[in-house]
Design a protein around this ligand. Structure first.
Ligand code: ZN
Length: 307
């Protein structure tokens, strides 16, 4: 393509504009953040959420997303979706691993590859919703995600008190992971200067979702960007629970949100922008993607239409 347009340049001045456009487009593609999304097992409907996550990332023109579907659970009789690349993926080809996976342990060699690539800052990790339920017995994974769906004896929990001050609840005290009934709830930004949350309203309404509470883990190097109040009237804890956080694992950046139970929750424009900006930040340490104009407000949810 590049050769063709350069040849065309010689004979025809009108090609100049077109050829520079073509080169620019190629360069842009070369600069794209390469994401590998891993799915194949989840107690959630990964067959519908994976294409949604891929589409929302690729629509920014900032990402290219390959899907790597791990061997299905033996009880899953539906066929694996088409178009998946081989599992496990070659991490050298990617900037970000996005996990939409909650299931059997990944092969040891791949686990070690992820540990070292992330530790060395060669790859980033993005965790969505039930991906944090996975791999309870993989110690390094628990360090990567900070906190996840674990019982209260597993590790510490982070909450914010009424003054917005972070509080560490030791293991054994208070509830373990859970959630009340699905409902729309308010997100409170706790670090308005971070590239991911910069410009977001201090409070914004997230569409109907599960509000995870009592998440447990080593909770080391966790930087809370946003929380949500878990209302006891909805089956929650009466505490401000972590909803968006980042974490350093060695030199590697991790972006984690427990939001995103299903496509309905993911259609929230706040969720989409958080995911896109979180993935960009994890890959590059910066955010160039602007916040959409129709971002939710403190009072009103805002979602893209259902298909
Ligand atoms: Zn869920």
């Amino acid at each position: 393509m590049r050769q063709l347009t350069i040849t065309a340049l010689v004979g025809c001045a009108t090609w100049i504009g077109l050829s520079s456009w073509a080169v620019a487009a190629e360069d842009k593609k070369a600069d794209n953040i390469r994401v590998v999304l891993i799915d194949g097992q989840n107690n959630h409907d990964w067959r519908s959420t994976t294409p949604f996550l891929k589409k929302e990332l690729e629509e920014t023109s900032r990402f290219t997303v390959d899907v790597s579907t791990a061997p299905l659970n033996k009880n899953d009789k539906k066929p694996a979706p088409e178009g998946s690349i081989a599992f496990p993926p070659d991490l050298n080809k990617y900037d970000v691993v996005l996990s939409n996976y909650n299931g059997d342990p990944w092969p040891e060699e791949f686990r070690k590859a992820l540990e070292s690539s992330l530790k060395d800052g060669k790859i980033a990790l993005v965790i969505v919703h039930a991906a944090n339920n996975s791999f309870t017995n993989w110690a390094e994974y628990n360090l990567m995600i900070g906190m996840g769906w674990r019982d209260n004896k597993f590790g510490d929990r982070l909450i914010l008190d009424a003054d917005g001050k972070e509080k560490r609840v030791p293991k054994g005290e208070g509830p373990g992971a859970g959630h009340g009934a699905g409902h729309a709830f308010q997100i409170t930004v706790r670090d308005a200067d971070h590239p991911v949350t910069k410009g977001m309203p201090h409070e914004w309404m997230h569409a109907k979702d599960e509000l995870y509470h009592g998440m447990r883990g080593p909770a080391e190097h966790v930087h809370l960007l946003a929380t949500a109040f878990s209302d006891k009237a909805k089956g929650g804890t009466g505490e401000h629970e972590p909803m968006i956080w980042t974490l350093d694992y060695g030199k590697g950046r991790v972006f984690h949100t427990p939001m995103g139970h299903d496509v309905e929750a993911m259609r929230c424009i706040g969720f989409i922008a958080t995911l896109q900006r979180g993935a960009e930040w994890a890959a590059t340490g910066k955010v160039t993607l602007p916040l959409p104009k129709d971002f939710p407000t403190a009072e009103k949810t805002s979602a893209i239409p259902a298909k």
